[in-house]
Design a protein around this ligand. Structure first.
Ligand code: SF4
Length: 343
């Protein structure tokens, strides 16, 4: 059976034509999928019974409910969702004052093998479809309350650009969720082909994982540096047209004694001085099997203050969901390998 969730309005128009349904049925179906959030074709009650039966011969909605959840003492909730092909992905809900952010996954596993990342350790299984991505937004219990979405869960979004761009279209189109692109942030380690497409085809905010201003050191943390060096990524960002007020931020995880001293802060400020941006400093959350130390919290404050003094807006991102290893890929790893979920 084919899945309806994740189809754009144009794709649904083609589908209803092929099924010899009236053209207006595409508008009705899209409304049921993304506004009324139905789980089944039977619920699409303004389609005639005959038309619903025709649809059901070939299609299902494709909604999946979560199968596990872990709740942090700080209110962060990590959900485990089955993707359409049966693998599992993680989605993290992060409530914070008047914001309710969902961190979604874009791939099952990841090819990028960043040293500090549990998802990278899993290796790559497969791409998520736009439907798998949107299902996370539609099927968390907090769906109606969400204010923001960040593509910072499992996977590298710009290694799955076709499906991510399709999900972004549906999220922002009037026929879909009708969200402002300002509510959406897509994060990348800097895959240049995908980055170029994203800058041309989406108005959502952009976050780049940086983690070291020095190429050799960044390479030791992130193999992508060898193929797409940060200097090239920054040149593309410098030359991008930001007339529509896209926000660019840089994510910088601080590892104790590795990339968290004054020299690094000054080099980072120098690197970013001609790019209107902000830097999010993140304290490393230790995770199993990865031998990297977190920075002392006081060091983050010093690092932030050096950046701010150099004219770079920097903030320390509050740790959320540390006790449930939020967004590190651990829950889905457990599912794959039958490990004991840490208490
Ligand atoms: S940090 Fe992101 S890009 Fe790197 S391995 Fe993990 S999921 Fe992939």
């Amino acid at each position: 059976m084919e899945i309806l969730l994740g189809k754009t309005l144009e794709e649904l128009k083609t589908m209803v034509k092929d099924l010899a349904l009236p053209a207006f049925a595409a508008g009705q179906i899209v409304d049921w999928l993304y506004r009324k959030k139905v789980f089944s074709i039977d619920e699409m009650t303004n389609l005639s019974l005959n038309h619903r039966n025709l649809l059901k011969e070939k299609y299902i909605v494709g909604r999946n409910e979560y199968t596990e959840k872990q709740t942090s003492t700080d209110g962060t909730v990590k959900y485990l969702f089955p993707a359409s092909t049966g693998h599992f992905i993680e989605t993290v809900y992060i409530p914070d004052k008047d914001r309710a952010t969902l961190c979604v996954s874009s791939q099952v596993g990841c090819k990028m093998n960043c040293l500090f990342c549990m998802t990278g350790k899993q290796g790559f299984s497969e791409q998520l479809t736009a439907g798998d991505i949107l299902n996370q937004l539609l099927s968390v219990p907090e769906s109606d309350a969400l204010t923001n979405v960040v593509f910072m869960g499992m996977g590298e979004p710009m290694d799955n650009m076709d499906e991510v761009l399709k999900a972004l279209e549906i999220l922002t189109a009037d026929y879909g969720f009708a969200w402002s692109p300002k509510r959406i942030t897509v994060s990348t380690i800097g895959l240049i082909p995908g980055l170029k497409r994203f800058l041309n085809e989406s108005k959502a905010h952009l976050a780049i994982s940086l983690h070291s201003p020095y190429s050799a050191e960044r390479l030791s943390l992130m193999p992508v540096e060898k193929v797409y060096p940060l200097t090239e990524v920054l040149n593309i960002i410098r030359s991008a047209d930001f007339a529509h007020q896209r926000r660019v931020s840089f994510e910088y995880i601080l590892f104790g004694g590795l990339n968290d001293d004054r020299k690094h802060a000054l080099a980072l400020a120098q690197l970013l001085k001609d790019i209107p941006c902000r830097v999010n400093l993140i304290r490393y959350h230790p995770i199993p099997e990865i031998n990297l130390p977190p920075s002392n919290p006081d060091i983050l404050i010093v690092f932030r203050d050096i950046l701010n003094a150099q004219g770079i807006t920097a903030t320390i991102r509050a740790s959320r969901g540390e006790d449930i290893l939020a967004a590190c890929g651990m829950l889905s790893s457990n599912k794959r390998k039958n490990w004991q979920i840490p208490k």
